[in-house]
Design a protein around this ligand. Structure first.
Ligand code: GLC
Length: 530
């Protein structure tokens, strides 16, 4: 399975949404100095791998997922030396740092794109996907952008369209061009040489496109597209030519060689919701070390059967190759999705408890350890292009991106600025790290204990997962002597482990549920005696 994959088995990952983690400079935006000062929280929590969202110079059309220079760090975040300090400090604390690599597209302000657009004969022209208008005029095919509208923008100057699966400010790179591959291999070498421990790879399923860019067939789906929600148009097409092309695997084979030479880790944001489609990305263990598995992120609050299926499907892929998550900067927070309030928070912890017993790497998203729920962001403070550009304010990702509450008081310990880039919301002192640390009953301690039991009960990734329930709100499994069980339902339910066992961890320490019962949203870890 390779050195890195073996070393990170059982690890705990943590996503830092940099703009909202910790602001050391008082400008209302999180930065790398702030992150460095707060790394102690992550080490205390039991984090092994820190993934930092993009920190490169960027016009911020998509908050850093539009990179203008892959080899530098934005001054707003403290510049490249500040990142060096983060690497050093994290390493001293025994943590690895993953940068967010955005290879599907650049910013339209990247010098490659500026050169590509300025001159059809430039060697950079072919770094991007340019096509003539369709014979009758208009875009070359029916592809659409994730953020609504056509995936093509016409460039008056050169008389052609360029392709962008996201915003027009995020032109897609042409991965059929060897020069593009060479650039990224150099970028990967550069950062691994400078102290990064690997990469989370953005939009990892979509780099390669069908060479002829055919029209996409309609999807066999889910109702009419909503004209008021341009993003639904994307879901009405079968993404067979703009996504999940077999050629993409070759890209990761090459990166794997570069990464392995530096003991670096490559983790893909492979956004494919069927395990059959996702499995090849990690099956041969010669490409991505790990892939995120997003199915558990798209379930109704009480869909225990769906969750059981999603977890089992995740386990069906190459053992140890899955990065589990329940929240990220791209979706509503788990506590909210699972119903909000005490039950939503309990369920979010329960789902984490189920994932933490499985092989691979289990990720937390900043603030998840506090049980944070979404913040309602008023329209005049909206930042996410999903809300401001795609006509889908109800899908805005801002709700999960608001500042981290560190301690009670004005800027919640996040900032000294009067006006953080996104509002703090109505967090109260009980939501903060400082107050939860002082309260042994707080969720923060349950999450910390969970990372602890994950580490102390580490097992070989080949140890199989045996499901102990097939239906209903209790999800339970066994791996060797470890038993993990969670009640996702809203009622207390009786449940017995498959033998006598000692408790290792419990999500709700008091009042304890009666013996043989799981309270709503409760989870337990047990060790069988034989
Ligand atoms: C990924 C990122 C998301 C971004 C998109 C385009 O899905 O997680 O935040 O908008 O890629 O780069």
């Amino acid at each position: 399975m390779g050195v890195v994959t073996a070393e990170i088995q059982g690890a705990v990952g943590y996503e830092v949404y940099l703009r909202s983690f910790a602001d050391a400079t008082g400008d209302g935006v999180g930065d790398l100095h702030g992150l460095r000062e707060r790394l102690g929280h992550l080490a205390w929590l039991g984090v092994d791998i820190v993934w930092i969202t993009p920190c490169h110079p960027s016009p911020l059309a998509d908050h850093g997922y539009d990179v203008a220079d892959y080899l530098d760090v934005s001054g707003e975040y403290g510049g490249i030396e500040a990142l060096d300090r983060v690497f050093e400090a994290a390493h001293e604390l025994g943590m690895r740092v993953l940068l967010d690599l955005v290879p599907n597209h650049t910013s339209n302000r990247h010098p490659w794109f500026e050169a590509s657009r300025a001159d059809r004969d430039s060697p950079y022209r072919d770094y991007y996907i340019w096509r003539d208008p369709a014979p009758g005029g208009g875009p070359p095919n029916n592809w659409v952008s994730h953020f609504g509208g056509p995936a093509w923008t016409y460039d008056e100057h050169s008389g052609q369209y360029y392709c962008h699966l996201f915003l027009p400010e995020q032109p897609d790179l042409n991965w059929a061009n060897e020069a593009v591959s060479a650039e990224f291999e150099a970028i990967i070498e550069f950062w691994l040489g400078r102290g990064a421990d690997g990469f989370r790879i953005d939009v990892a399923h979509a780099l390669a496109k069908h060479p002829e860019l055919p029209d996409l067939p309609p999807a066999a789906v889910r109702g009419e597209a909503d004209p008021d929600d341009l993003m639904t148009v994307f879901d009405r097409l079968e993404h067979v030519y703009d996504s999940n092309r077999p050629e993409v695997l070759e890209i990761y084979r090459r990166w794997r060689e570069v990464a392995d030479a530096h003991n670096g880790l490559i983790l893909g944001e492979v956004y494919l919701l069927e395990s059959d489609a996702l499995a090849p990305y990690v099956a041969a263990r010669d490409g991505l070390h790990l892939t995120f598995w997003f199915a558990p992120l798209h379930l109704r609050a009480d869909d225990a059967d769906g969750l059981r299926r999603a977890l089992a499907e995740g386990c069906s892929m190459a053992p140890g190759s899955v990065a589990w998550i329940t929240s990220s900067h791209d979706s509503s927070r788990a506590a909210t999705r699972f119903g909000g309030g005490p039950l939503g928070r309990a369920r979010a912890l329960a789902v984490a408890a189920l994932q933490f017993g499985l092989p691979g790497v289990a990720f937390l998203y900043q603030g998840e350890e506090l049980g944070l729920e979404d913040v309602e962001v008023p329209p005049d403070r909206a930042q996410d292009p999903t809300a401001t550009r795609a006509g889908a304010p109800h899908r805005s990702r801002d709700v999960a991106r608001t500042p981290m509450p560190w301690e009670p008081g004005g800027g919640l310990g996040f900032t000294s600025s009067e006006r953080p880039w996104l509002p703090l919301g109505d967090r109260d002192s009980a939501d903060t790290v400082a107050v939860q640390r002082d309260d042994p009953d707080a969720l923060l301690h349950r999450y910390r204990e969970l990372t602890g039991v994950r580490h102390t009960h580490l097992m070989d990734s080949e140890v199989p997962v045996e499901w102990l329930t097939n239906e209903g709100p209790v999800i339970a499994y066994r791996r060797a002597k470890l038993v993990v069980a969670a009640n996702i339902g809203a009622e207390a339910l009786s449940w017995q482990p498959p033998g006598s066992a000692r408790p290792l961890w419990r999500s709700s320490p008091r009042p304890p549920a009666p013996e043989g019962t799981l309270a709503p949203g409760e989870a337990v870890w047990l060790e069988l005696h034989n």
